[in-house]
Design a protein around this ligand. Structure first.
Ligand code: SF4
Length: 365
């Protein structure tokens, strides 16, 4: 927290309006899962075979200068030099979130050394049944939980990252939070899914109104022991208590194509350098307020958490709201309790690599 606070304050004092908070470094697109809601693994084989070299990773990290590096993919543990990449980033004192489905974590854990800079951010999309359906892999939850236990036993920092889609059962998500806290993870990260046009399952992406309703049910009447690895104001944004414009440069993406314009989710071209990305992207064309249909329903973490962090440090009101949300608020809400008892649509069946057959707009209420 101190690293982020001092970094943001330095950017503010320097008068920088556009600064990166987290670099999304995708060293490969290959994965050992084929999740229905993922748009990252649908590339042709010759792209899926490509890896960023450790030197390319280090150059991107140095160019960008963000204090945190998130390594999604693909599955980063499938990268043949992932140990070397992590070692180089730890040496640079970057706070690293290695995002993994954990299927290979026990097998590859010897490549890593526990460090305050390294956190395994394990992809778990809910309780056993919900997670296995979301990742289209029976037994995936048990393997991931087993790997989390092993990593914790060896002294690694471990958090979870959870993507929620339409039809997620708020009661089950809350029970999942209890399970993760009992397991001993350090914090939990949440995001609504983004409607990738390449994702096989197009029917279960959330519209903004439904996103807010779902997160209000999940995050109100909060238990004291739940720890989230997210800005408290971003959680309030998900619950519909705040509105923010998107900050796509806050979490820029570098992958085998270069610096991706404008964000982790959209691909409107690439830049060779981070400076070129900042200078040549038409930022006004993105975010919900821009009218860009690709952004209309987006509330994802990679677009809006940097907005929430910026709000914390932009005014005394923002700072006090963050302190209040961190220390004093349990978000008591009777209506949210009622929402928990609403009948849920049945969990969607497994969907893999099938063309969408219903209009996207139907789920974007
Ligand atoms: S609103 Fe979402 S899709 Fe649009 S630029 Fe922001 S993060 Fe990307």
């Amino acid at each position: 927290m101190w690293t982020v606070t001092s970094y943001v304050l330095r950017q503010k004092l320097a008068g920088r309006k556009q600064y990166p908070l987290v670099l999304m470094l995708e060293p490969l697109f290959r994965c050992n899962l084929a999740c229905a809601g993922c748009g990252k693994i649908q590339y042709p084989a010759h792209i899926l075979k490509k890896d960023l070299t450790p030197e390319e990773c280090f150059r991107a990290v140095d160019e960008c200068g963000a204090p945190m590096v998130s390594i999604p993919g693909g599955e980063p543990l499938m990268h043949p030099q992932i140990g070397e990449i992590i070692q180089g980033l730890v040496a640079r004192k970057k706070y690293i979130y290695l995002c993994t489905n954990a299927l290979l974590l026990k097998e590859k854990i010897h490549l890593f050394t526990p460090s305050k800079y390294l956190t395994f951010s394990v992809h778990l999309d809910g309780q056993r049944e919900e997670h296995d359906l979301a990742v289209c892999r029976e037994g995936g939850y048990d393997i991931a939980v087993d790997a989390v236990k092993e990593a914790l036993k060896r002294g690694f920092r471990v958090t979870t990252n959870t993507t929620l889609f339409d039809g997620a059962n708020p009661k089950s998500v809350r029970a999942f939070f209890d399970e993760m806290m009992d397991l001993g993870v350090e914090g939990m990260m949440l995001s609504p899914g983004y409607s990738y046009d390449k994702a096989p399952d197009q029917k279960h992406f959330l519209g903004r109104a439904r996103t807010r309703r779902m997160f209000r049910a999940i995050l109100s009447n909060r238990k004291k022991n739940w720890r989230f690895n997210l800005s408290p104001l971003f959680l309030e944004f998900l619950m519909g208590k705040r509105t923010y414009p998107c900050t796509p440069w806050g979490m820029p993406t570098y992958n085998v194509f270069g610096w991706q314009k404008p964000c982790y989710l959209l691909q409107d071209g690439y830049a060779d350098t981070f400076a070129e990305l900042l200078a040549t992207t038409d930022w006004q064309n993105y975010g919900t307020e821009s009218g860009n249909p690709a952004c209309a329903n987006c509330m994802v973490h990679s677009g809006y958490e940097a907005s929430a962090v910026n709000a914390t440090f932009s005014s005394l009101t923002g700072f006090l709201a963050t302190v209040k949300a961190t220390l004093f608020t349990s978000y008591r809400d009777e209506e949210a309790l009622r929402l928990l008892d609403e009948p849920q649509a049945p969990v969607h069946p497994l969907v893999q690599i099938a063309p969408p057959n219903e209009s996207l707009q139907e789920t974007r209420a």
